[in-house]
Design a protein around this ligand. Sequence first.
Ligand code: SF4
Length: 697
Amino acid sequence: DSADFDSETDSVCPFCGVGCQISVKVKDGKVKYVEGINGPANEGRLCVKGRFGFDYTHHPHRLTKPMIRRDDAPAKGLNVDPGDLSTHFREASWDEALDFAAGGMSKLAQAHGGKAVAGFGSAKCTNEEAYLFQKMIRQGFGHNNVDHCTRLCHASSVTALIENVGSGAVTATFNEIENADVAIVIGANPVENHPVAATYFKQFTKRGGKLIVMDPRGVGLRRFASHMLQFRPGADVSMLNAIMHVIVEEELYDKQYIETYTENWEAEKEHLKAFSPEEMSGICGIAPDVLRDVARTFAGAKSAMIFWGMGISQHIHGTDNSRCLISLALMTGQIGRPGSGLHPLRGQNNVQGASDAGLVPMFLPDYQSVMDDGIRKSFTDVWGSEDFSAEKGLTVTEIVDDIHAGNTKAMYILGENPAMSDPDVDHAREAFAKLEHLVVQDIFLTETANYADVLLPASTLFEKSGTVSNTNRQVQMVRQAVPPPCDAREDWWIEVELAKRLGLGWTYTDPSEIFAEMTVNMRSFDNITWDRLKTEAVTYPSLSPTDPGQSVVFGDGFPRPDGRAKFTPASVIPPDEVPDAEFPMIMTTGRQLEHWHTGSMTRRAKVLDAVEPEANASLHPKTLRAMGVEPGEMIELTTRRGSITIMARADRAVSEDMVFVPFAYVEAAANILTNPAIDPYGKIPEFKFAAVRVEKA
Ligand code: SF4
């Protein structure tokens, strides 16, 4: 009842890329209750995280004072008690902490050149905060060594989309499934990772839609699937090429669409000849008749969509995986009409917006190349600053290697936790310990913050205002429901204060001013104004000041030369390391319904932590029996990078030669085990495949 609360504020859920709109109910200065409201992506629905995962915002571990590492602190490592920072840090005023943070970065940049300082920004911050972050590195240090967690989730998907359809965002919102009759969901587990989107997928099957689920794990949507293809891990390209081979062989493709809207078809057609279902079945583990049936079902659809997740993107062949999905949609003409399209399901609540805002090493806002002199000038004209490097910057994992090489000496890390999320994470932790100056801006003492020289206490999404963009390209307003605790501040304010001390002359006093600057060089924001967003969510592109935005794009061609999308053939590449006698099983990683990414928020949310309190790894019951392990007992997982001890859980959805490990648990950090080998195009690590040995602990 409204009378039970002091205030009710409309905002957006802080967790996943679905971007559910919420009403935040506050009593006595604290968030007491969250409920779903009628946003375009959720129509009142919420999942357990959005509904019950809010109380981390008032957790006693919140960073509430700026802090500077003590001169007599022990050596840097994962050794700080998040409940008592005083052994390693001392409180400081904002002025002292900001001077120290900016001064340390300036000093190293002056001594060694701007490239001594690199930045990781955050997909958990607003569009305005992401924009300011990339601007600070480019304007302040003159280069592009700035990245964020998109590198670890959909960088390969974005690379393939930009290459082949000319834009990195989805071509259709997930709500378009209402107009589809066939949909593929591949390498994604929306029931746990995009739960509200999954409700639309389930409704689609209830009204007769055919759902084709493809995943090495028997993910939750299988109960609703017309076809469940549990293919061998890493065999995506062989399976998808076999399906496309059938479409070519049986001439099920859309000739007119291909002729009008695409290029390189003949090369693709020729390439696919070598991938018959009979040949590929041995690689992907799916029977030829099933591959043929899926090909006919998809090609026979009036309107079909393809959804994918990190099972597609997090491979050394992640870009090739996405190229195959794009080719499948192009050859069947399934882009640009209601109920058709390509949709990589984005992870973090604002990973779309942060990528759009230029928080990546190769692109300025709106995916405009840093290598183009005219584009850089259009930004430096607005910024009133000097030109900066035309060289693509280093990515998240490359920056870690650059620290080890002794070149990057300082970092500014905002709301990102690479000491948990990077592959081969011990290698990353060693790098952060080596940094001469590490500025961490966050809400908790994350694992990364353990290595900080200065801690800047930031704000949760409940404590700030700004805009975020979800997986559907819907730009929505986040509104402050409670003030940040004690001396914590909104992230944009901290960025501005740092920039002032770096001599950049920033004068923003409100996020609306930052948004207005973004619209100057971002055509995706045409017709979208701060005032409009106060009253409505707008899907970009919006064609007029009253257009709510385009749910489906590219109905009349693509933003590429001659308006044509491109087929890029993909060949089968084996995983970087394959199981052998020493490491005979396959490990894959991911999320669980209750825990979000590195767990810093959800493990501090009472309800969510009560449901999933302990690190666990899932194996098939037969595998556990063969090892003499009961569910609930401890096992040891070892890869070429290291070992963890973790509780075994029985799960028939995992095939007998696999183990699934969520990456939210610091006490059994999955990324100690993962393989840092990267996709050569999207530079995304191979989180989804490592050779592992499993033993009773
Ligand atoms: Fe939040 Fe995603 Fe759940 Fe919606 S589906 S409530 S955005 S976590």
